[in-house]
Design a protein around this ligand. Structure first.
Ligand SMILES: NC(=O)c1ccc[n+]([C@@H]2O[C@H](COP(=O)([O-])OP(=O)(O)OC[C@H]3O[C@@H](n4cnc5c(N)ncnc54)[C@H](OP(=O)(O)O)[C@@H]3O)[C@@H](O)[C@H]2O)c1
Length: 169
């Protein structure tokens, strides 16, 4: 996200227009080693062109209308779900997925935080102000305390990788 808490530059969906190559490198490596990746339908629509599906990871797309994506579905690689989030996570656990990487966007992040399903947040803060755009969590009243676990400077201009633990109060 930007230093002012935005995950998009206005309506521009291309994050790489303002994020660093160090973030991209870190994120790509993280995706490769995550067996379960979860995202909202709008994030999927913007990312799917560059997405490399693999038998090594399952991507679950949260949507109210999974039927619309029936033809894109690939069992155990790309699935679409409208199951309420807590039962969805339980069913994924039963399939052997012990943790998952939630990659946004704003609406889906808010859905997961409200369902109390986030236990850590890994945030790359880019030294840029965007002014307008989607917030990290879609606007809604939240009260969540975090504990900083680690911080790392990824490049000379000061892109920060922050890792937080979650405490809901
Ligand atoms: N900077 C970054 O690191 C970063 C990361 C991720 C995304 N982004 C950007 O964020 C933008 C997308 O964010 P967004 O907030 O607009 O959308 P989003 O969260 O990616 O997707 C929203 C959609 O997900 C589905 N959804 C979310 N929660 C749901 C729930 N509880 N139950 C059922 N369906 C649910 C709905 O799909 P349906 O409408 O199909 O029902 C909803 O319209 C894109 O521009 C993307 O590039 C940036």
């Amino acid at each position: 996200m930007s230093a002012d808490g935005k995950i998009t530059a206005g309506e521009n969906t291309n994050v790489q227009d303002w994020s660093s190559k160090e973030d991209l490198k870190y994120f790509s490596a993280l995706i490769k080693k995550s067996s379960l990746i979860i995202m909202g339908r709008k994030t999927y629509e913007t990312a799917k062109e560059n997405m490399r599906l693999s038998k090594k990871n399952l991507r679950v797309i949260i949507t109210g209308n999974p039927k619309k994506y029936e033809r894109e579905k690939i069992e155990n690689q790309l699935e679409f779900s409208n199951t309420p989030l807590a039962p969805l996570i339980k069913s994924l656990e039963k399939r052997g997925y012990k943790k998952g990487l939630l990659v946004g966007g704003a609406k889906t992040n808010a859905s997961f935080i409200k369902a109390n399903l986030i236990n850590e947040m890994w945030l790359t803060v880019e030294p840029v102000i965007l002014g307008k755009g989607r917030n990290l969590f879609l606007e809604s009243p939240l009260m969540t305390s975090l504990k900083l676990l680690s911080s790392k400077k990824l490049n000379k201009k000061g892109t920060l990788l922050l890792k937080y633990d979650f405490f809901t109060i």
